[in-house]
Design a protein around this ligand. Structure first.
Ligand SMILES: *Cc1c(COP(=O)(O)O)cnc(C)c1O
Length: 433
């Protein structure tokens, strides 16, 4: 009945997350609160890892795209499950390294990595840099030379795939700040330049076609385009690339009607396509990388709030205000992301009200959603917003000097704090007078 399979309702009519009473969590840890079901996260990691084993003979690695949700605890969990980690900044890299993720299993992304962060990556020994453009290629080569290291790279290529998704999160087309396009010849120029670099070792290519994608076809099509490009490189440069990173972007269920592809089906189809194209082009089957972010953590998260005011504007709408908002979840304000909400202490009741859930910030656009079906709700109730595990905590801010919530992990029916709630002193910690 809920969007995530780890949710239920207990005999007290309370929402349960991984079998744990959400109302008890709200009372024990306070609100707003991010709750992450570690058991479900581990299960998601295994689904991906096992599918690489089953459909691709284990000739690949799954990298967790940590931008979806990054803290030491999650890096440790995914690493224990055999995944590597994608990072896009020194901050994410430092987090992953501090959590004990082996540097060689870290992949460093980003369309404009600052020089000092590149140096940090080189000296840490990250496994792969994904190089975005010619300027970065030259910069990385010179920094690698300065450090006396040879650096392994993948080249970010734009395959030109339209993944039928929201414009703001679509990155596969020619007009993109990410990567170099095949269609206009720039990708090939870029590749030739990469092979000329003294301190770089070109392992292969990378693409990422978008996010929250529900169809299989954009992925299989992209695999074909990328492999054809690898065959073109072999013809034009005489070099055979051995690695193909297919990115992430697999959709999850946020609301009724969302129909994500089962992740093992994804790899089954893509592996078939890779085998077919490799046979057609007489190209050796590459080592592959998958980079799921959202689909590892999204469904595992629930945000709990306390309801403050409930204000009915007759004939217009009812505003239900909560003790968080765009500071912990800016996704509605950014691109009208949809969520399912419910009253955690009345979870089994009919959702026969319609309300707008508003945050506490001084910004009219600070909403969690509009016209949402919900149970009868009063001041003092606990509100749960479902499937908030991805791009919530990682996009949180201190706007209005609101403190960031705690993150609690659930495992085997027990809870623990993975990230402490910010204190008022944390808010001041960098201020000088
Ligand atoms: C964001 C991103 C991902 C993860 O995307 P999801 O939609 O969260 O799976 C993977 N790879 C790259 C390069 C990304 O930018």
């Amino acid at each position: 009945m809920f969007v995530s399979k780890n949710l239920g309702v207990n005999e007290k009519n309370h929402l349960t997350i991984g079998g744990v009473d959400a109302v008890e969590l709200a009372e024990q840890y306070g609100t707003p609160l991010y709750v992450m079901d570690e058991d479900l996260i581990r299960e998601n990691c295994r689904l991906y890892r096992d599918s690489v084993q089953e459909f691709y003979g284990g000739h690949g690695r799954v990298l967790y795209a940590s931008k979806a949700f990054c803290c030491k605890a999650i890096c440790k969990v995914v690493s224990e499950e055999g995944l590597g980690v994608d990072v896009v900044s020194a901050g994410e890299l430092h987090t992953a390294l501090s959590a004990g993720v082996p540097a060689e299993h870290i992949c460093f992304h980003g369309n404009n990595k600052p020089a000092d962060e590149i140096e940090f990556g080189i000296l840490s020994g990250v496994g792969r840099f994904v190089v975005d453009n010619p300027d970065e290629l030259a910069l990385l080569d010179s920094l690698a030379g300065k450090a006396g290291r040879r650096v392994k790279i993948l080249l970010r290529i734009t395959p030109g795939t339209d993944a039928h998704t929201h414009d703001f999160i679509k990155t596969g087309q020619i007009d993109s700040k990410f990567g170099m396009a095949i269609e206009n010849g720039l990708a090939m120029e870029f590749t030739k330049a990469a092979y000329r670099m003294k301190n770089l070792d070109v392992c292969g290519i990378h693409c990422h076609i978008g996010s929250q994608i529900f169809e299989l076809e954009p992925f299989t099509y992209t695999a074909r385009v990328m492999l054809s490009f690898m065959a073109d490189v072999r013809r034009e440069c005489g070099e055979t690339m051995s690695e193909l990173n297919l990115g992430g972007g697999f959709g999850i269920k946020y609301v009724e009607g969302d129909q994500p592809v089962a992740y093992h089906r994804y790899l089954e189809q893509v592996a078939k396509e890779i085998d077919a194209v490799c046979a057609e082009l007489d190209f050796p089957r590459p080592f592959i990388y998958l980079e799921p972010g959202r689909s590892i953590v999204g469904s595992a998260g629930v945000t709990l709030y306390t309801v403050g005011s409930v204000k009915e504007i007759p004939g217009i709408r009812t505003y239900v205000s909560v003790d968080g908002g765009m500071t912990d979840n800016p996704r509605y304000a950014l691109y009208q992301a949809k969520y399912e909400v419910l009253v955690a202490n009345r979870a089994g009741d009919d959702a026969d009200w319609r309300v707008t859930v508003a945050g506490r910030c001084c910004e009219s656009g600070d909403l969690i959603g509009e016209n949402l079906p919900i149970q009868q709700v009063n001041s003092g109730d606990y509100l749960a917003v479902l499937a908030t595990g991805a791009y919530n905590y990682s996009m949180s801010s201190n706007y209005n000097r609101v403190q960031k919530p705690a993150v609690v992990f659930l495992k085997g029916g027990k809870s623990r704090v993975a990230v402490r709630r910010e204190s008022l002193d944390d808010i001041l910690k960098n201020d000088l007078i």
